[in-house]
Each structure stands twice: as C-alpha cells, then as structure tokens.
Design a protein around this ligand. Sequence first.
Ligand code: SF4
Ligand code: SF4
Length: 230
Amino acid sequence: MSKNSPFPADFLNRAGLNRQHVFSLDKLPTAVMATLGDTAGYRQLILLGHGGRRLWECVTASGIGGEHPIDDYCVQTVGRWFAESLPGRRHTLLYPGEAAIGLQQLGKLAGWHQPSPFMVGIDAEWGSWFAYRAIVLADTDFVPSRPVERQSPCLTCSSQPCLAACPADALSGDQFSLARCAGYRLEPASACAHGCLSRQACPVGRIHRYEEAQIKHSYSRSLAMLRQYF
Ligand code: SF4
Ligand code: SF4
C-alpha cells in the first residue's frame, strides 16, 4: 500500500457504517492513547459510526438475531471489510469490546459530537440519529480525516422543544437530571420506557430518525440496565 492511501469507504457505506474517521495514533492525546491498550505495530485508529436508517436495514436484512444484533453485525462487517478490502492488514477491534474507551471523547475529536440537553450527542446534519459502532486499531496508512466542523444546532435553537417534551422535567435545570429521567422511565405506564420524547421532539436531522423498531431495541436495552441499577 502506498503512503496515505485514500480510505476505501464503499464497502462500509453499503453496509450501513457510513460515518468513518481515521486518526493517526501519533496525533491522539495521551489520555486517549492510555485507553487503547497495546498499540505496538499499529499506526492508525479507525472510528466507525452510523448515521440514519441504513445500518438497521442492513442488520435486519442480515437475519442476525440474539441479544446484541447491531454489535454482532458490526463485528462481522468489520471482519469482512478487512478480509475483502484490506487483505493482509493487521487490525484489532477495540469496540465493541471490553476496553473502556471514551466514545464521546473520540466523537469530539472527530467533530461528530455536540452535547444536547437530553445527553445524546447531536450534530447539525444527523441530529441525534447517529452512533458510534466500531473502533479499530489498524496497520494502515490512510489519509487522516479532518474533523467535521459544524456548529452545535442547539446554539441557535430558540424554541428548544426538547425541554418541554420531557414529561419528567429532567432537562429544565442547569444540568440533566438522571434521577428524574430514570425514575420516570421506570414507572409502570411510562411514555419513555422505549424511547425518549425529548429526542423525538428535536427537529434537527429528523429525516434520519431511526425506525420505531430500532428505537425500541435501543431503549429496551437501556431500560434493562436502569432496572439493574435502580
Ligand atoms: S430541540 Fe433544539 S435545543 Fe433541543 S436538542 Fe434539538 S436543537 Fe438542541
Ligand atoms: S427519556 Fe423521557 S424522561 Fe428521560 S429525558 Fe427523555 S423525555 Fe425526559
């Protein structure tokens, strides 16, 4: 492979992993490097995400089942991508996995993440309808990505419909109240058991809003975690 090869994104775009960012390891902050484990022999860190509905369509079409179909699909897809597009290139998948890597920290470095009142990252193009899906250490030499430069849509959102949409008033103070949100989500007749009304009230990136089935899947998992903790 010649130096600074263009990133081969077609396979990933078709597979629904349509957000990609290449970091050079020697440019990452020390605090991030400390979360990556043994990076010997690797030159780059590849962050993969999805925006919009395509990923869920691919997961559904693949017929993959189980408790974690999106993660399992992404692991398989990254493996196939390296096998088909990058044969012989060493790589280690760090996420999904056990390593405690700050996804939002990497998202900020990539310019993907802006904070929202409901504590899900937001972006002027995708709204809150994107997520981090895979992080890979790779022996590659792709052209490093430039951070996305988009201002937070919340800075110019005067009506802030997300605030009024929260039935638990969890967004009204100086900071998000996890206790009020979790308490309401765990109520027997909660309207937020399987989705966040504030997130759905945000107009930014609405055309990319996930299908109901994906929303229900994601929030059912977070509800199960809340039941464990509270
Ligand atoms: S409704 Fe406005 S303030 Fe709330 S997340 Fe969307 S852009 Fe930001
Ligand atoms: S899940 Fe419901 S209670 Fe929690 S922030 Fe969203 S709208 Fe509010």
